[in-house]
Design a protein around this ligand. Sequence first.
Ligand code: NAP
Length: 248
Amino acid sequence: MDKSMIVTGASRGIGRAIALKAAQKGYQVCVNYQSNKAAAEAVVKEIDAAGGKAIAVQADMTVEADILKMFAAVDEKLAPLGALVNNAGIVDVAAKVEEMSLERLNRMFTTNITGPFICAREAVRRMSIAHGGSGGGIVNISSIAARLGSPNEYVDYAASKGAIDVMTMGLAKEVAADGIRVNAVRPGVIYTDIHASGGEPDRVDRVKSGVPMQRGGQAQEIADATLWLLSDEASYITGSLLDASGGR
Ligand code: NAP
C-alpha cells in the first residue's frame, strides 16, 4: 500500500497497538508522541524490524505549530496521507465539577478536542478529492464516557469525548462526497497507563465487574476495531460511533 497513516499518541497504549497493526496492514506510519521519545522510537524500531516503514514525530496536540510540523514531516518523508487516527487523549485526577480549575478544563479540552480538530482539518486538506487528494479515513478514539458522563470522576473528560462524537458525525457528512469516511471507536475500560495518570493505576480491575463481559479490554481489541473501520470492509460506514466496551 502506498499510503501513510498518522496515529496521534502512538508511543504507548491504544495508539501504539494501532500503529503496529497499521504497519502490518501495509501503511507507512507516523508515530506521534508528546514527550516519551524512547517509547515512540521503540514502536518505530518494532515496525522497521518487521519490514515496515515508520517515523516518530514529537508534536503536542495543544500546540498548532507542532501539529503543522508533524503533517509537514509526513508530507516530506512518507507516502501520501491515507488515514488519521485521533488517538492522543488525557484524563485528570478524579474530581467533581465543583472542584475543577480553569487550567484543568483548558488542558482537557485543548488536548482532547482542539488538537483532534486541527489534525482533522489538516488531514482533510490532504485527503479530500475536492483538494486533489485521493480520499481516506479518519477514526477518532472517543470513549463510552461520552454516554455515561463519568460523574464524580471526570465529567470534563466525558464532555470532551461527547464533543469528539459530534465532530465525528458532522465532519463525516461534510466530507462524505469527498472520499473521506469519518468514524469513532468508543472504548470501555482498557488496560493502559492512562489510569495511572488519573491517579488510579488499578482502575480497570476495580470497575471490571460492572462490565457485562466481566473483564477489561486490551489495546489490541481497540486497534482491531480501528483498522477495520479504516478498511474497505467498512466502505459504506461513515459517521458511526462504534462501542468497543464489553457490552457496557
Ligand atoms: P495512554 O496510555 O495514557 O497514552 C496516551 C498517549 O497520548 C501517549 O502516547 C502520549 O504521549 C500521548 N499524548 C498525551 N497527551 C498528548 C499531547 N498533548 N500531544 C500528543 N500526544 C499526547 O492512553 P490510552 O489509554 O492509550 O488512551 C488513548 C486514547 O483512548 C485516549 O484518547 C483515551 O481517552 C481513549 N480511551 C482510553 C480508555 C482506556 O481505558 N484506556 C478508555 C476509553 C477511551 P507520551 O507517551 O509522549 O506521553
